[in-house]
Each structure stands twice: as C-alpha cells, then as structure tokens.
Design a protein around this ligand. Structure first.
Ligand code: UTP
Length: 295
C-alpha cells in the first residue's frame, strides 16, 4: 500500500427518478438533459478525468440505458458524418468516448436511496478508495472541484468531502459540517449534521455533492437502516464511518448548479452559455432585453 491508496475509480449514481423534473424525465434521464450543448453527465465525467479518474462506475436503473449508449460508438451517425466529411463533429464524438473497459454499468434495481446506490457499486469498486460524484451537481471553477479534493486527499488521506457556503438562514436545508483545524488545502471536519434544526448548525458550509470515500463505507451501508424518506441515507453511513476514520473538508471555490432542480438547470444553461465566446454575444444581448422588458 502507498501512503494513501490512489483514487482511481469514480462512482456516479444515476438511478434516481428525477421527479422534480417531470414530465421532462419521464423517458429521458435528467443526466441526459443538455446544458448548452452537452448532457449534464458529460460535465461531471470531464471533471473526473481532469482529477485523474481512470474508471467510471455508473449506477443506473431502468429507463437509463441511453446513458450507456451515450458512452458508446453510434455507427450509423458516425458513418453518415464520415460520408459528409464532417470531421470536426467526428473528432468531437471520438474525444468524448471512454477507452474500452473503463466504464462499468450496474443497476440499482429499486431506488432505495443514495446510500443504497453507492452500496450497489461495492463489487466493482473493491477494496480501494473511490470518488463519489453526484452528477446533477454541475460545478464550474478554474480548478475542478474533484481535483482540489484530490490535493487534500494526497496530504490528509482518509475521507474528503467538498463543501461550500450557504446563506446561514438556509443551513437547515442541507448537510452541514463543523470546521476544524487546517490540513493542507483543506480542514478537519469536526462534525456532520444532516438538516440541522434552525439556529443549531455548526457552520454554514454545506456538503455539495463530491466525496472521496474509503471502501469501509460499503459494509456500513449494507447495515444502514432506512432513514429519512424511507431511503438508505449516505449521510447516516458516513456518520458511522466517521467514528472510525477521519473526514476532511475541501472548500470549493467556484459555482455549483443543482441541475436536479429547475432553477439550477436553467441557471447552469445561462451561466455556461455566457462563458462561451461563440454563444455569449447573442445570449447576453437577448437576456438583457428580456430582463429590461420585465420592468
Ligand atoms: P436526488 O435526491 O436528486 O433524487 O438524488 P432523484 O430521484 O435523482 O431526483 P428527484 O428528487 O426525484 O427529483 C441525488 C443523487 O442520487 C441518485 C440520483 O440519481 C442523484 O444522482 N440516486 C438517488 C440514486 O442513484 N438512487 C436512489 O435511490 C436515489
């Protein structure tokens, strides 16, 4: 074993039903909805590749096979593009294709919660630390979130969670951490509380959807009882693991868009379109006009 075992694999749970986005998600998984011109899932895969992830474990469900197709060759489309000399489009498709054997798909047969979805990846992840990425959280930053977390992990080891500040008045809606001593670019987490009662939160830093976890989480999740919403909650599993192992926090410096919500999804589209030189001029002008027309 090295000083800290390398994080090679990322688990992407995509088995949720996406009920907040019905009817759009009746047949199209929310992870396949486009932000500008890429499906949501592509943003998180790109972030993970930049952090050095070598293997993707998708925990899917029925109705999600299109995600598997998305990460495969589409012969008919590609031969038509070839015949039409559409070389830019062809190389775009080739560049996003994972190397054969580096993406694995397993099904969570019933949506028993995020903790259960993570547990479904146990055989594929095996006895090594792994990144857990909630794909509906699209993050935009100079330094990709998972990359920053890896830097904390390299110094501290253990388990690493990404956090960011929220309005203290809204802390009761989130999983909140207590802030301890600095460790490398991160800090020691002193406590974790899921949806603290108003006025009792240990800080206003909330857990925002990126984790590096040790494999000892799996046997704990196997035993974790159903919690809120009658689902197996990841936080309950992490709280038990925290009794035996250290947890560190990474303060994410960037913008997070919760694309599982309508507002977050629309904001992600607007914000990322405004970052694109080819799209910005028209979008910016027309947005200004739309807002001016509201007044
Ligand atoms: P959400 O809380 O966003 O739930 O899940 P959801 O079902 O996807 O969406 P809504 O709330 O009904 O609109 C957070 C993450 O956990 C995954 C989801 O796919 C999402 O990435 N998840 C959740 C599972 O994989 N399985 C589950 O049983 C629950």
């Amino acid at each position: 074993m090295g000083q800290h075992n390398k994080v090679r694999k990322a688990v992407l749970p995509v088995a949720g039903l996406g009920t907040r986005f019905l009817p759009a998600t009746k047949v199209v998984p929310k992870e396949m909805l486009p932000v500008v011109d890429k499906p949501i899932i592509q943003y998180v895969v790109d972030e993970a590749i930049e952090a050095g992830i070598e293997h993707f474990v998708f925990v899917t469900g029925r109705n999600k096979h299109v995600i598997e197709d998305y990460f495969d060759i589409q012969y008919e489309l590609e031969s038509t593009l070839k015949a039409r000399n559409k070389n830019a489009e062809l190389s775009l498709l080739a560049n996003m294709l994972p190397t054969a054997g580096t993406a694995t798909f397993t099904r969570q047969q019933e949506p028993h919660g995020l903790g259960h979805a993570v547990w479904c990846a146990r055989e594929i992840v095996g006895p090594e630390p792994f990144a857990l990425i909630l794909p509906d959280m699209v993050m935009e930053a100079e330094k990709p979130c998972l990359k920053g977390m890896m830097e904390v992990y390299e110094v501290a080891g253990g388990n690493v969670i990404s956090v960011e500040e929220c309005d203290p008045e809204l802390a009761h809606k989130y999983g909140i951490v207590g802030i301890g001593d600095a460790v490398g670019n991160g800090f020691k987490i002193t406590e974790m509380v899921e949806k603290p009662e108003k006025g009792t939160a240990p800080s206003n830093y909330f857990i925002n959807g990126r984790y590096i976890l040790q494999p000892e989480i799996f046997p704990i999740l196997a035993e974790t009882q159903r919690g809120a919403g009658n689902e197996i909650q990841l936080t309950d599993g992490m709280l038990e693991l925290a009794q035996k192992q250290d947890f560190y926090g990474y303060k994410f410096d960037g913008q997070t868009f919760d694309c599982g919500s309508k507002e977050g999804f629309i904001l992600a589209n607007v914000a990322l379109a405004l970052k694109r030189d080819d799209i910005r001029p028209k979008v910016e002008n027309e947005l200004k006009a739309l807002i001016a027309a509201l007044k």
